[in-house]
Design a binder for this molecule. Sequence first.
Ligand SMILES: Cc1ncc(C[n+]2csc(CCOP(=O)(O)OP(=O)(O)O)c2C)c(N)n1
Length: 565
Amino acid sequence: MTKTLSDKSIVQILVQQCVKLGLKEVVISPGSRNAPLTLSFNVLPEIKCYTIVDERSAGFFALGMAQQLKRPVAVLCTSGTAALNYAPAVAEAFYQEIPLLVLTADRPEEWVGQADGQTINQSGIFANYVRFQRDLPVNINHPDDQWYIERSVSEAFQKMAYPVAGPAHINIPLREPLYGRTLPIPLLKQPFRNLIPDAVLSEKQLNELAQQWSSAESVMILTGVMMPDAELNHSLVELSKNANTVVLTETTSNLKGDRFIECIDRQVFSINAYETASFKPSLLITFGGQIVSKQIKNVLRDYPPKAHWHIALNDHVIDTFQHLSVNIKMKPHDFFKQINGKVVNADGRYQHMWQQRSEKSRKIHLVYANEVGWSDFKAMAHIFANIPEGTVLHLANSTPVRYAQLFQDEIKVDTFSNRGTSGIDGSVSTAVGSAMVQSKPSMLVTGDLSFFYDSNGLWNKYLKPNFKVVVVNNGGGGIFRFIPGPAETAELEEFFEAKHKQSAKYIAKAFGLKYLSCSNLEELKSAYQQMLESNGQATLLEVFTPGELNGKILRNYFKYLQANR
Ligand SMILES: Cc1ncc(C[n+]2csc(CCOP(=O)(O)OP(=O)(O)O)c2C)c(N)n1
């Protein structure tokens, strides 16, 4: 039996076309102007609807779902500032290349600026952070209007996928009354299909690049944020057998290989100025999203390679190291698969040199980690060395994602972080959304300010019982006691660190999480084990560390690496 949908034909067309194009999940925030879409999506068997009041959190929740599902997830809200609250998640989805369909209900255009309630100019509000945007007509007066809407929705889905994934915004002006229902009008036709030719290098191009790579003295493959990809991982493992080639990875690259170099900052800090010239590559090959290590970015900008290839399909140029020489417009997966087996170098010394350094700095690291007192460093060492296999790990920005790099060789699980924009405003919501579509246990490791900023991420009914949050509470923005600059100012505590004495205890209780806490290593070991074993209820472990000491301990760590290299 055909379901009755909203009696607004533009809504009937929009929701039916979304279903045709494969939409399956919609995260709805309550409101009246969006009621026609809510009532329609909710009766469609193909669509699963979620409800989250806070639009900022809903945006990141949907982002976390789309990140794991690798397909568009929609968010839907009413008119006014509700729409503006999606902006942080939309920007993150844009730079992290995640398909997020943003549906904002709106007032008819003639009411904008007429002192009517919940009415703002919503047209193009995400212009800088979407791959497609469209304001739909308020009425269907002619079959061409229907064609226009059907085509617009198809274009939105096409642009959310190609050339790289990203968000799209459709703004839907609606007149009252809003709650009528009727049988829907049929769509005009099947949505058009986008046929993307496989991007392959010609034999000539392939041989030219393979020859350049094989004969290069030193080749560094530096990997940014990547979704797990077993075939890409296999190609890189094979290519890392070339003696002139090193593969540098981060936790968020989700790549593992016996010859891969991990814990980049550990290595970079153990390299002195005289050695840098020999450790820098003559050929740099990069792909993926953002790179967490500020150190490697500085080194490669100060000691530029002779050639830099960047592998990406983006339609804008990404020249992170200011020495781009070749922009290879391919998916990294396809490029490395095609060039694998064509590169041959058996007599290089470059990889061996990095391996030796990596082994040496690991030994120095372990001595420091063993001797250091209770601190963020000590706590993170225990947390990252004991993440159960199969866990999906989320890292909040600021120091958690940075400490994870120092302990990368202990972390054996898929790892995600909002490095698109490195904001502290959506890590909890993203992790909860990601966990929602995962059967595996999920763990978020976050700082206290990031947790409190997005504690609304727990304000929904979708907390999985195997969801775990570790809040490392150092009483403020601990990173500002480490990075050069703020730590030396009188404004540190109030205007940078935002020092506080808050605890996550009552937030955990308010949202139904089991609460555990600790403030030394012995307590951490037992509380952490309790958390890992509690799979019947979402659990929050708060780890209290000495705020004033952490910055010094982390600075001393890098000095220790340098002093003992
Ligand atoms: C939305 C947003 N606002 C401000 C910042 C600037 N910022 C970067 S790190 C940080 C402090 C984070 O503190 P916390 O989460 O406690 O982590 P810690 O530094 O203690 O590891 C701030 C405010 C940001 N990245 N994103």
